[in-house]
Write a protein that binds this ligand. Sequence first.
Ligand SMILES: [Zn+2]
Length: 668
Amino acid sequence: MSATDDIKARIDIVSYVQRYVPSLKKSGRNYKACCPFHNEKTPSFVVNPERGTWHCFGACAEGGDIFTFAQKVNGWDFKEALRELALQAGVQLRAQTPQQKDEDERLERLRGLLATAADYYHRRLQQADAQPVRDYIFAGRGLHDATVSRFQLGYAPPGWDFMLNALRGLGYSDEEIVEVGLAARNERGRIYDRFRNRLLIPIHDPRGRVVGFGGRALDPDDNIKYINSPQTSLFDKSRLLFGLDSARRAIRDSGRAVVVEGYFDVIQAHQAGHHNVVAQMGTSMTEAQLRLLSPRLAKRVVLALDTDEAGINATRRSLEMARGMLERDYAGKLSVDIRILQVPAGKDPDDFLRESPTDWHALLESAQSVADFVIELETARLSPDSSLLDKQAVAQPILPILLASENDLLRQDNIQKLARRLRIRESELLAWAKAIAPASSPTPAHPPDLPPEYFDAEYAAPPPDIAQPEPGKHLRQGSLRAAEGHCLGLLLRNPHLLAQVNRKLRELAGDDQLLQSGPLRELGADDFSSSRYRALMIHLQESLQQDDLEPLDFLARSIDAELHDELAELLREERVVLSQSLRGNFQVDLHDIVKSRRPAQRPGRDLLTELISRALQLRQERLTNERVDMQYLQEEAQTEADRQLDDRLAIDVRLSVLAKARIDLAVG
Ligand SMILES: [Zn+2]
């Protein structure tokens, strides 16, 4: 038995959930309670002990197994949930490889060093001679005691070796201190403190561990207002968002994130009770930063960036990046609603929040859509007597952004707006659009022809030992597992096809937003019933959200040892020869399998068809299961005369049936 199955067998999901949701009560064959993840009066949170699953049929509209519940309720990732639950269940997990272990230990030691440094700087702030710094923080910046502690603000005194001496005294080597960027080395090899006479702001990774610092100059004559930690093995500014560790929950709960420019904008916002605010710490937003927020946490991202010239240019670049990313993620893997907020009167959010904290919410609501923002911005420099050529020059860079919208109506609307602003005919504008960017034309109704390397005919047919389920039929338990494995295997071998599957789902949903965000939403972990498949699916999605490594390499490096065999197994189908050589090997070397992956060669359309039909079958299965629970819940709502819940469930059931019908047509 795998560790995850073992854990599930040993920990009863009902009693586990009850620890966090004491009101969970038996109700027929299920248990139910008010959802712990959103506010509600009538229970729509259901735990099914037979299947070992939970589901919120209310606002969250999501569910999973004991691992996903532990992840969500504690804010853990899969690895953490696995480790914790294994501990509770008394299940032994597979050990890491020696190299993994060494590297983990090294990084852990460096994190310890940084946490210690943050603590030293913070305590240094309490000393008598730091009074002017405290005045600056409390009187000047208007921060409260609790905020200063929460963000662990600190003070690096003048001089060359305050931190060096402190860390050396604790046994850290000069190499380590330099490696994390707290000290620098001059040409003569002398080592000195990087941060001197500065207010220090620790920067955390999304899991709340200190990975670097921002330092604000305290001496008004200091030319460099801010210096940050240099790029290190733990600190990569372009892949971090300041404050995300504190903001994550609020962002997930509200589905909205606000991105500001500076540290103090974030700190001020959190102090005022607006917890979904993060800072991008650079001149413009990077793709990696946007992916930290979307689509997993936020559906809407508000960019509240500086409105001076530099700020506007940075915003332009951020939008260009977002557009490029949306275009590449062809199937809208990142369907994120980006808004642009201009804080009035040239203030930064920090000032605004200090002066009128209660108006922040209204200000956010006034944020413009990307299209409105760029149309206004770019057409502002046209004069009434601008020539057609001038107008074309203004329109051309904007058009791709306007056409990037997936929504037909919105696209049309934007084109109309721009045409009106330019005072030209829409048809003319569209002709320019066609002329400049065939690649960024509106999403075609059918998937584009994929390059041959996307296909590999060899894997088009399912391996013989896997039962071919009848489309649309309820899958039996054994064959369900096999179907899930087959679908996931196809995806793992062709990660980029996930976008095509999602595209298909969106195509089936058509213009119906409720179907799009509901029963026909993108393929995800919840489409798999096996915990390990779910975890792999999440890793797969993550692997597609980074650009450093090939998805499979990324996957092989990032997954827990516990999942290695599973991944190897799913990939093994690919190479019979390799699998034979592996037979009898106690430890499967995943890296070898990944490395020896033969590039897909033979073209063929069948693989995509096969994958889509498998994925749709899994969705059918999921919908059927969910519908059973919903109908049951609905009966109860009727008995208890809860009209509101009854109505909502009725709609959900209707949507589910509608989705099923569309899938039936598609696979049938
Ligand atoms: Zn909920």
